[in-house]
Design a binder for this molecule. Structure first.
Ligand code: ZN
Length: 184
């Protein structure tokens, strides 16, 4: 599975609502490992399975973004946000939207329930940046993107960047690198 790569907007995988995992096998563990590798390579803090065009509910995060700080690394299977508190606006980016950073409003604190790679049910409470990260990544699994969460001003100032990504995507399609619009 070394051929996994991060797909960019407007790749259709980013709009897919992916399904829960029912078993955690060797392949899932390999995918998680590869996703962490891609995340660190791209200097990201999190990556969701649909960002590498995998159709199931798995995210990887490390709020420090530092591969040396493994203790902050998490693999979350079938994650669900079960509680949200407060509200805070902060700058956000996404590995599927290179160079686009905009303010997005999110819950300041959230609680997430998930399974770890050993199949154990876990709960984690996250604040500030980690809370933003969990909400952003869990949204991905439901086909929801940070551009959907932007206020109208942020959305307006993103327009040129989005058009440029769409242009690059179409060029990739012409070179046969991206699937045609309806294929997934
Ligand atoms: Zn993202």
């Amino acid at each position: 599975m070394s051929d996994l790569k991060i797909v960019r907007y407007p790749h259709p995988a980013l709009r897919a609502k992916v399904t829960p995992l029912t078993t955690i096998d060797k392949q899932v563990r390999l995918h998680a490992e590869k996703m962490l590798e891609l995340m660190y390579e791209a200097h990201g803090l999190g990556l969701a399975a649909n960002q590498v065009a995998l159709p199931y509910q798995l995210i990887v995060v490390n709020p420090t973004g530092d591969p040396e700080q493994k203790e902050f690394e998490r693999v979350l299977i079938n994650p669900e946000i079960i509680e949200k508190k407060g509200s805070i606006e902060g700058e956000e980016g996404c590995l599927s939207f290179p160079e686009l950073y905009q303010k997005v409003r999110r819950a300041r604190t959230c609680k997430v329930r998930y399974f770890n790679l050993e199949g154990l049910e876990m709960e984690a409470e996250a604040h500030e940046l980690a809370s933003r990260l969990f909400q952003h990544e869990v949204d991905h699994l439901h086909g929801v993107l940070f551009i959907d969460k932007m206020g109208f001003l942020a959305r307006r100032s993103s327009r040129a960047a989005l058009e440029e990504l769409e242009r690059q995507y179409r060029k990739g399609q012409e070179r046969g690198e991206n699937p045609p619009e309806m294929a997934l």
